[in-house]
Design a binder for this molecule. Sequence first.
Ligand code: URA
Ligand code: URA
Length: 200
Amino acid sequence: MTMSIDIDSAWQELRERVKHCTKCPLCKTRHNTVFGEGPVNAKCVIIGEGPGEEEDMSGRPFVGRAGQLLTDILEKGGRIPRESVYIMNVVKCRPPGNRNPMLDEIRKCSEHFEAQLALLHPDIIVTMGNIATQSLTGLKTGITSMRGKWLNHRGVRIFPMYHPSYLLRTEGDKSESGPKYLTWKDIQELKAELDRLHQS
Ligand code: URA
Ligand code: URA
């Protein structure tokens, strides 16, 4: 499917706006903004927290260690090609030292990710980890009780999952209530829902 000229130009305009954004202090330390990548007509958008070092250097989302794990979760765990989903972050610039983005930075960047979502209008938004899940839903509930549940954000379904960085930090836990096992279950659930969407 091709985008209409209007949406196409709105998307390019938004890209430019993000590229030159100076709304928050993260613009002073970034090497590159990380807008996001994937097909603009994707049914599913995956949202992380913010760029890490590799992402900051390359300008692409989820290309470092956590990104490789995300690709494996999608492709090996869910048989969902990475190229079939749109991948982006809540904040477009790297927080120094990979600290969590601050509330003010998220607020200022929300103008960008809300504009992206309005143009992408996905059927499903997967939020990974606390920051993305709480930023999108406005809820303060932790990811451990939100993951694997279908929520709603202004009429779009949200499916929170653990962040791949958290999975890397808890690699040793292979128990049936552990994050690795639960993420395997979640990606099956996501795949099943995407299959249903493609059939309808
Ligand atoms: N972690 C994130 O949340 N986003 C990235 O793009 C990379 C690592
Ligand atoms: N904390 C997070 O921010 N994300 C997770 O996935 C788990 C704990």
